[in-house]
Design a protein around this ligand. Structure first.
Ligand SMILES: [Zn+2]
Length: 88
């Protein structure tokens, strides 16, 4: 057991925790999106982008039934949620 290995392990654990937190946050946002898509279904606005109110598209809904944004708005949103890095 060398100290070198131990500190490398601790660094790895910290990295894994940060990654897990980020994944959990993304999964939480996906669950919220799923809940909103069910709400939209009840409201009769399913298939309409919640951002620009344009059509999401049948192909996109077939591939991703929980989609609540059109391709363009989804790309903008994903860029926004992944753009903030720990280092500024
Ligand atoms: Zn849109």
């Amino acid at each position: 057991m060398s100290k070198g290995f131990r500190s490398a392990d601790e660094t790895q654990v910290l990295t894994e925790q940060a990654t897990t937190a980020q994944i959990e946050e993304i999964l939480r946002q996906d669950r919220e999106q799923e809940a909103r898509s069910q709400e939209k279904r009840l409201q009769g606005t399913y298939g309409t982008c919640e951002n620009c109110e344009g059509p999401i598209g049948e192909e996109r809904l077939a591939a991703l039934p929980a989609a609540t944004r059109c391709v363009e708005c989804q790309a903008d949103w994903e860029a926004g949620r992944t753009s903030h890095s720990p280092r500024s």
